[in-house]
Design a binder for this molecule. Structure first.
Ligand SMILES: Nc1nc2c(ncn2[C@@H]2O[C@H](COP(=O)(O)OP(=O)(O)OP(=O)(O)O)[C@@H](O)[C@H]2O)c(=O)[nH]1
Ligand SMILES: [Mg+2]
Ligand SMILES: [Zn+2]
Length: 300
């Protein structure tokens, strides 16, 4: 979009392979050329960027969207909530530099006594949570209020949780294709295959839909300790023992905060689970690295 019109421009393949390939949400400079027509001359610096480490190439950062103001980690209440998954999604949201938000979908299908709400609350910390349903329109006004004119909200989450359905509900028409989920395990079918920026009617802002993501890895898990559980890391500095495991040691500041009711016990449990999981992940990584090194020697 330019101030005057919507234009179609080329992104030459050389640039697409360069250090900054344009992604959905970028502001770009365009120029007219002789042979190619209008092309992208430059990608302007990004205010925020939703990114993950490329699962295939461990150290490569993959930018999924840029210049968004709010990143919503979307979870479906039609399936069990995995704390570890939410932690990793939140890392993407917080690390983007935008405001993080948690959106729970399909409230109309939620079990009344599902543990989902307490798990989400324990992980969320100070991140706001909005419960929605496109069937009875629960929470949609609340979600709209988080966007607002000239702001952009990006939706990220697993396939089938209802990201595109939210877009359609806010736009007021079937703007995007929506896919069924498998009845046995609520697994989605990866209906959305491209990222798309959509303008909401009545100057209500923009919404960015993304394809479902399957994996977030070690990098996200490591950063979850600081980004999602930063308050606990800080608190733990006040434990009497430097190597306190917060599992009943004397002088444990974490336990003290649970006892005074300042800290939900569930939040601490999930934190300790993450720390354990990370230990295991790191051990396995180290083993794999050793194996790969050994294999290399044998080949020589
Ligand atoms: N009951 C109920 N079903 C919903 C709700 N929102 C979405 N669904 C259903 O969930 C399924 C998946 O919805 P989509 O919007 O395609 O999910 P998505 O997150 O965009 O999935 P991908 O594009 O594959 O990443 C569809 O069958 C929707 O009708 C809701 O609030 N309530
Ligand atoms: Mg979709
Ligand atoms: Zn402690």
């Amino acid at each position: 979009m330019t101030p005057d019109a919507r234009v179609r421009v080329l992104s030459d393949s050389q640039r697409a392979q360069g250090e900054i390939a344009p992604v959905t949400g970028d502001w770009v400079e365009i120029e007219d050329t002789e042979g190619l027509g209008t092309v992208i001359a430059r990608v302007l610096p990004r205010r925020t960027a939703v990114s993950r480490r490329d699962p295939a190439e461990k150290d490569l950062e993959q930018v999924l969207a840029s210049n968004v103001d709010v990143v919503a980690a979307v979870l479906g209440l039609d399936r069990p909530v995995q704390a570890g998954w939410l932690e990793r999604l939140l890392v993407m949201a917080i690390d983007s530099g935008a405001e993080p938000l948690i959106v729970l979908t399909k409230a109309d299908e939620a079990d009344v006594d599902t543990p989902a709400f307490s798990i989400v609350e324990a992980v969320a910390g100070s991140v706001p949570v909005i419960v929605t349903s496109v069937v009875d329109r629960t929470g949609l006004d609340e979600l709209l209020a988080r966007i607002g004119a000239e702001r952009t909200l990006a939706l990220v989450g697993e396939s089938g949780v209802g990201k595109s359905s939210i877009v359609n509900a806010l736009v007021g028409e079937e703007r995007l294709e929506v896919g069924e989920v498998r009845a046995s395990d609520a697994e989605g079918r990866h209906t959305t295959t491209a990222r798309e920026l959509i303008r909401l009617p009545g100057d209500a802002g923009l919404i960015l839909d993304t394809p479902g993501i399957r994996t977030l890895g070690l990098w996200e898990a490591e950063h979850a300790v600081d980004l999602v559980f930063g308050d606990l890391v800080e608190l733990a500095e006040h434990c009497r023992f430097r190597d306190c495991a917060h599992r009943g040691e004397p002088g444990c500041a974490v336990q003290a905060a649970i006892d005074t009711g300042d800290l939900p016990a569930m939040r601490v449990r999930l934190f300790l689970e993450l720390v354990d999981e990370l230990d295991n992940l790191r051990k396995r990584e180290a083993q794999r690295a050793r194996r790969e090194k050994g294999g290399g020697r044998r080949r020589r």
